[in-house]
Design a protein around this ligand. Structure first.
Ligand code: PEP
Length: 266
């Protein structure tokens, strides 16, 4: 079986991370606009689309989304189910609100809020055990890349940060920190090299079969201009998108590109 065929057996994700953007009114306007322009035919079964919104916009997003096949997720959920953790949100709270999808270990959580591999691991393990699907983010800084430390950093983030047990609800996002919000997308060569390294490392953590099934998303200044070339790579299984997910037109275009990539595989 060719490498391309193995790639196409994996799920493909187009996920938007809104960060601290999107009031309830803006969330409503986004979904109203997305609904009017969303691809009319059913999405391929293996294609998932999602938006990670502000916790205060969750109920609005779930309501206004209607029957659009866009999952709604939270950007940060605590590993404990309740207690003295001021400012945090628990898994049971998210589940009660109707959310079963979470981001963990985003570089902005690591950079500004003290997230470490150890705490990211606790979050991902706890959320998976509660039934969530988790997109767990990893990626090197610019300095680490310039010092040829990319593979060491990724290996550490995988070995120390990912759950000990494989789950088919685990997704990894490779997000080079130097590419996030900078307009500097990784080249297809850089992305494929990192994704292939991550997949090989996942095979040592879990096993080869699990590593082949696990979606690895690319994140870092994804736009409709660069996305098709990334989607064509054998080890890239979609995108985690910040800026370009805030506009309904560009998010819809990214979904259409995902549909195209899924169809060309069938
Ligand atoms: C992100 O928020 O995870 C991200 C990749 O942002 P951007 O697409 O804006 O670089």
């Amino acid at each position: 079986m060719s490498e391309r065929r193995l790639f196409r057996r994996r799920a493909l994700w187009i996920a938007g991370n809104w960060k601290m953007n999107g009031t309830r009114a803006e969330t409503q306007a986004f979904f109203d606009a997305l609904k009017s322009s969303f691809p009319k035919s059913d999405l391929p079964a293996a294609l998932h689309t999602a938006i990670f919104v502000s916790p205060l916009s969750i109920d609005r997003a779930l309501t206004v989304r209607g029957d659009l096949p866009v999952e709604i997720g939270l950007q940060n959920v605590h590993f404990e189910s309740k207690g003295a953790y001021t400012g945090e949100i628990s898994g049971p709270m998210a589940l009660e609100a109707g959310v079963k999808l979470a981001l963990v270990g985003h570089s902005e959580r690591r950079q500004y809020f003290g997230e470490t591999d150890a705490t990211a691991k606790r979050r991902t393990e706890s959320l998976l055990a509660q039934g969530f699907t988790v997109i767990h983010c990893i990626g090197e800084t610019k300095t680490e890349r310039l010092e040829n430390q990319t593979e060491n950093v990724l290996a550490r983030q995988i070995d120390d940060g990912l759950p000990t047990e494989y789950s088919d609800r685990l997704i990894v996002a490779y997000e080079p920190v130097w590419a996030i919000g900078t307009g500097l997308t990784a080249t297809p060569e850089q992305a494929e090299e990192a994704h292939a390294f991550i997949r090989a490392r996942l095979a040592t953590c879990y096993n080869r079969e699990a590593a082949e099934k696990l979606p690895i998303l690319y994140g870092g200044s994804v736009t409709p201009e660069v996305f098709p070339a990334l989607l064509a790579l054998p080890n890239v299984d979609g995108g985690l998108v910040g800026g370009a997910s805030l506009k309904p037109e560009s998010f819809r275009t990214l979904i259409e590109q995902g549909v195209e990539a899924s169809r060309s595989a069938e």
